[in-house]
Design a protein around this ligand. Structure first.
Ligand SMILES: [Zn+2]
Length: 206
């Protein structure tokens, strides 16, 4: 299973040159279709830390955009459904060795992969919000190294720890046809309960 996952990730990396995360950026971009609603299946491999981060990521994207994300538990294989994604937690060690990278998250059609190496809630939340942004069709706003105030930074740990107005602006820009006639939803960059760096996690330290 592990080698199969590594192979799938590697092939996708080579084909799409997708980047995501931590301290690396392939220089490419992955652009998934931006849709109105999604169904996300959380595989049993996802840790309690990941489960909590998924709830918070969905809360933030739904708060500032009009997208809806239906989260369901259990294994599921999405087949030919652009709005369907399955979240897995896997070991990125082999993949990172092959691509000489330090990825801790990766999003491709139908799949969001999170690394088992993520040890803190802060990093888990950053990763899930960022990967879900890719799922919603968002791109990196700049090429690494860059320091925009956005969770979609390729090196997002140097940017925001939450969905920011810059992320919301990108979302509204890529879905104008769907949102025609609908006012853009308000965003805020004020620190608050969304900022896990300040409080250690939604609802307090976790
Ligand atoms: Zn990314």
């Amino acid at each position: 299973m592990r080698s199969v996952v590594t192979l799938v990730l590697l092939l996708t990396f080579l084909v799409l040159a997708c980047s995501t995360v931590d301290e690396v950026d392939s220089g490419g971009s992955l652009h998934l279709p931006a849709l109105q609603s999604y169904t996300v299946y959380v595989d049993p491999s996802v840790s309690p830390l990941g489960q909590t981060a998924i709830v918070e990521a969905v809360r933030q994207w739904e708060e500032f955009t009009d997208v809806t994300i239906d989260v369901r538990q259990g294994p599921h294989v999405c087949i030919f459904e652009p709005s369907c994604f399955a979240v897995y937690e896997i070991n990125f060690a082999d993949f990172n060795t092959i691509v000489d990278g330090s990825y801790i998250g990766y999003t491709i059609p139908s799949f969001v992969f999170l690394s088992t190496a993520i040890s803190s809630y802060d990093e888990e939340q950053d990763t899930v919000i960022h990967e879900f942004g890719h799922m919603l069709g968002l791109l990196h706003p700049c090429t690494a190294p860059c320091f925009e105030d956005a969770i979609m930074n390729p090196t997002y740990r140097n940017g925001a720890d939450e969905v920011t107005c810059l992320d919301v602006e990108q979302f509204n820009a890529i879905r104008p046809e769907i949102d025609a006639g609908v006012p853009a939803m308000a965003c805020t960059d004020a620190s608050g309960p969304r900022d896990e760096a300040a409080d250690g996690g939604p609802g307090g330290d976790l």
